[in-house]
Design a protein around this ligand. Structure first.
Ligand SMILES: NC(=O)c1ccc[n+]([C@@H]2O[C@H](COP(=O)([O-])OP(=O)(O)OC[C@H]3O[C@@H](n4cnc5c(N)ncnc54)[C@H](OP(=O)(O)O)[C@@H]3O)[C@@H](O)[C@H]2O)c1
Length: 323
């Protein structure tokens, strides 16, 4: 495993990490989740990603039970939660968003579900246009001072809002955001490469990036339709299949097809090639993997070795194929 600093912080995360979205509770029970977390930790993964909204808190409950049951040393791994969407199908007005009330209460609830005394990383899962940014920054600062959160950050915030949060923190002597959690893969590049470009040096922003396989599209598995045992056929995620059927989705599918054909040409597994490509960016602190099976996780971990093997000309061909 390779370890990278989370932006300019001193925290070293594994370059590949492991997340719970869709899989935990929907596809994996405690026993299956336990086997995958054990496999990930054994491979050197030290960051496990979660959110209040994943299976309405059940994904955090499973992860917390598993981490406690495995008795891994608490100081050898990091766990996250994210606040914004709430942990209910129909959250009350005070059970969602980034108000001081919900940020603090959601943290308390995540601590209980994850069975930890602090969250290593705590994210604002989306921007909340109905809460002043200063209120959210203040709530995060309070949680850090109380020892309940170590590093706070954002997920899918516009660059100007991240910069504003950092400005407010600097003015008031509060803890500033350390990291962002954006989508980043061969089909979705601009935010990480263009929009956030000024923030890496000016704020020392780190990134933990999501959906390196674009929900599995970049494995090539959707080329001939939706396999019955895949994410897009999972109950509750029909919206992913609908999105794939749209004109934009079909264009993405075509790019994924070209990418998978090139992977075959250069003798690489598409999943490994797609993840290895994410690892190339110096602004990516950790690529969060998703996997519902041991074979998938094993294959995806192989991206680390592949990323060091290919030359610049090959990477150029990869980018052209997926463009
Ligand atoms: N902050 C945010 O807003 C946000 C949003 C999304 C995700 N995330 C985080 O990022 C993590 C990763 O995102 P993601 O799950 O979307 O990642 P992804 O790598 O794009 O998709 C993972 C899915 O692709 C399929 N897959 C994985 N490896 C495969 C392989 N080798 N061969 C064939 N199929 C394979 C599996 O689904 P099937 O086998 O079911 O098809 C797996 O669950 C999440 O768990 C979550 O922690 C954050």
């Amino acid at each position: 495993m390779e370890y990278r600093r989370l932006g300019s912080s001193g925290l070293k995360l594994s370059a590949l990490s492991f997340g719970a979205w869709v899989t935990f509770a929907n596809q994996l029970d405690r026993g299956q989740a336990r086997a995958l977390i054990a496999q990930a930790f054994e491979a050197g993964i030290n960051f496990f990603d979660n959110a209040e909204t994943y299976a309405n808190g059940e994904a955090e409950r499973i992860m917390g039970d598993v981490l406690a049951d495995l008795r891994l040393p608490r100081d050898a791994w990091c766990v996250s939660s994210k606040v914004y969407f709430g942990a209910h199908d129909h959250p009350a007005p005070t059970q969602k968003g980034l108000s001081r009330k919900h940020v603090i209460e959601a943290c308390e609830q995540a601590l209980r579900r994850l069975r930890v005394e602090h969250l290593d990383l705590y994210y604002c899962h989306r921007p909340d246009p109905e809460t002043p940014i200063a209120e959210t920054v203040g709530a995060m600062d309070s949680l850090i001072r109380q020892g309940k959160v170590l590093y706070w950050g954002t997920s899918e915030w516009p660059a100007e809002s991240i910069a504003e949060a950092a400005r407010i923190a600097a003015e008031r002597g509060w803890y500033a955001p350390t990291m962002e959690q954006p989508e980043y893969n061969l089909l979705h590049r601009d935010r990480v490469e263009v929009e956030y470009a000024p923030l890496y040096a000016s704020l020392g922003l780190g990134t933990t990036t999501w959906s390196p396989l674009a929900s599995g599209l970049l494995t090539g598995k959707y080329a001939a339709g939706i396999p019955a045992d895949s994410r897009m056929a999972t109950p509750g995620y029909e919206w992913l299949a609908r999105r794939l059927a749209s004109p934009e989705g079909q264009a993405r599918l075509e790019r994924a097809r070209r990418f998978a054909a090139l992977a075959a040409e250069i003798g690489a597994k598409p999943a490994q090639l797609a993840i290895a490509w994410c690892l190339r960016s110096p602004h990516v602190s950790s690529v969060i993997l998703g996997a519902g099976r041991a074979e998938q996780l094993r294959e995806n971990l192989g991206a680390l070795a592949l990323s060091a093997q290919l030359d610049a000309a090959t990477w150029m061909r990869v980018e052209v194929a997926a463009a």
